[in-house]
Design a binder for this molecule. Structure first.
Ligand SMILES: Nc1ncnc2c1ncn2[C@@H]1O[C@H](COP(=O)(O)OP(=O)(O)OP(=O)(O)O)[C@@H](O)[C@H]1O
Ligand SMILES: [Mg+2]
Length: 505
């Protein structure tokens, strides 16, 4: 790559953009002789016309093996309101970055090992970039070592300063890089949040039956508090809707409700989903990733299918629930979060504890309050209300003028055992809307056989229909208990979950 154009399109453009109007390069920069007199370098910092809007918050790691250079930088940056942390070796740079967050790193390329080639600093850049790809790094190079500066930028440095440096240029570069770095980090977080937000629907909890009254009472009482709530109930009974409702009526509602589903995730993926990872933590970790705990900071974290959390991760989960502390995968830096925890399962966690698959201390952490959702067959008076709600939703979605169910269709709805609970009702109504030819759904358009007609003939079904049929049967036999149904079908829980999703059960 030709060096000159590369330089002119990066650093040089910064110099033009950032140079204050009444200042010229060299006007108050450090001469070599001045390096040993830090005071002289910043004798009159006010004369530098560079505004630093929110410098008071910014923290800069400065690295150089010469004490007086560090002191000169510290005083210059302090006069502009920056907080600095000085370090003097490659190892202490890494240590500091692992321990704390910084807004920028200003580092020399030469340390004790050899003092001119810059190789030590270049190697370090690669490591720094792996630790935190969003951290703006500005390198300091000896006067005239343009090739090293170019190589540094190839390895992830955002800009370079030549020694002896020019105060105004240094401040201007740092200010811009700090702003860019913040924007980058904010963008990364926003992008992850937006992805989640697209998935979260506004809660609408329909419940008027006597069986749901205790549930509604509990929701009203514990919703506004910060209490951890464990929501239990068969598959499809509305556990997620209850979690959304609890969050919506809490003081945390302006912040996010972030969901982690432990059901279909493999062990390795689950840890990084929950805690995030740093670039290079494992083969596919191409960039830093913010975990769900961090995204839920100030809001609520919903741990769905909690029984599926692998035993070895249960200890880490317990720690973050108790102390708010955790580390991203591949990093030793401890981070803190403040999130309320809601969790849900259709397994019997006491049985899981007895079988040694679930930690009792974790269960006690999660179930400060337990809300148990009754199956749909035990709250039949809610069926017409729910059916009407889904009918309105799907009629609108598919632009069909369907307003209700005729009497025979309503009877089928009331008689059906609903092994898949409210979710099954939702899907049956969706299919009925698609089939409906008039303004009301007829019994023949329901796709449900009226009650006692006998099972469908296997030989007339496709392989997929048979699989779906057997899954429904198993769920019905075990009252919606996914663990038991999976065991009976000879599948793991996560394999069954994937099939439930595929068949919309
Ligand atoms: N009381 C309710 N009012 C309105 N909609 C409901 C209600 N209960 C459930 N639903 C709807 O039924 C579907 C299934 O509900 P949800 O996902 O909350 O069940 P779940 O108990 O979490 O199921 P799973 O055990 O499979 O995770 C969703 O589309 C949800 O919106
Ligand atoms: Mg759920």
């Amino acid at each position: 790559m030709p060096i000159a154009p590369f330089i002119s399109s990066t650093a040089a453009s910064w110099m033009n953009l950032c140079r204050p109007r009444r200042f010229r390069i060299g006007d108050c920069g450090l001469r070599k002789s001045e390096i040993h007199n830090p005071q002289s370098a910043i004798a009159n910092p006010k004369s530098i016309n560079v505004s630093v809007p929110d410098a008071s918050e910014a923290r800069i790691l400065i690295a150089d093996d010469q004490k007086d250079v560090l002191e000169a930088l510290r005083m210059l940056l302090k006069s502009e309101g920056y907080k600095t942390e000085p370090v003097s070796s490659p190892a202490s740079i890494i240590q500091a970055l692992e321990a704390r967050d910084f807004d920028a790193l200003l580092m020399d390329l030469n340390y004790a090992r050899d003092t001119t080639s810059g190789q030590e600093g270049l190697d370090l850049l690669t490591r720094v970039h792996v630790l935190d790809g969003t951290l703006p790094v500005v390198v300091m190079t000896a006067w005239g070592s343009v090739e090293i500066a170019v190589e540094a930028m190839r390895r992830g440095a955002r800009d370079f300063i030549q020694k002896p440096w020019d105060n105004a240029r240094l401040l201007s570069i740092l200010r811009n890089q700090i702003e860019l770095g913040r924007a980058l980090r904010k963008g990364q977080k926003l992008e992850a949040e937006n992805r989640l937000l697209r998935d979260v629907a506004r809660p609408k909890l329909i419940a008027q039956s006597p069986a749901m009254q205790p549930v509604l009472d509990l929701i009203a009482r514990v919703g506004p508090s910060d209490a951890n709530v464990l929501i239990t109930g068969e598959h499809g009974t509305g556990k997620e809707v209850v979690a959304q409702t609890l969050h919506a009526i809490s003081i945390r509602s302006p912040k996010h409700l972030v969901t982690v589903n432990a059901g279909g995730l493999s062990e390795g993926v689950f840890e990084s989903e929950l805690f995030g990872h740093v670039k290079g933590a494992f083969t596919d970790a191409k960039a830093d990733r913010v975990g769900r705990f961090e995204l839920a900071d100030g809001g609520t974290l919903f741990l769905d299918e909690i029984a599926n959390v692998p035993l070895n991760l249960q200890a880490k989960l317990l720690r973050v629930l108790e102390t708010g502390e955790f580390e991203r995968v591949g990093s030793s830096k401890t981070r803190r979060v403040n999130a309320r925890t809601l969790s849900a399962t259709n397994a019997n966690l006491n049985e899981e504890v007895a079988a040694g698959r679930f930690r009792q201390d974790l269960l006690y952490r999660l179930n400060t309050i337990e809300i148990c959702l009754p199956p749909l067959r035990d709250r039949r008076t809610d069926i017409p209300l729910l059916a009407q709600h889904f009918l309105r939703q799907h009629a609108q979605r598919y632009r069909k003028q369907v307003t209700g169910f005729d009497d025979a269709a309503t009877r089928i709805l009331l008689d059906h055992p609903w092994p898949g609970n409210v979710r099954e009702l939702d899907h049956v109504v969706e299919r009925a809307i698609l089939m409906a030819q008039g303004s009301v759904v007829k019994a023949s358009e329901m796709g449900l056989r009226p009650g006692r007609e006998g099972p469908p003939r296997l030989e007339e079904m496709s392989l997929e229909e048979v699989e779906c049929f057997l899954i429904k049967k198993a769920l019905s036999r075990y009252d919606g208990n996914v663990s038991k149904a999976a065991e009976a079908l000879g599948l793991s829980r996560s394999a069954l979950y994937r099939r439930l999703q595929r068949y919309g059960l």
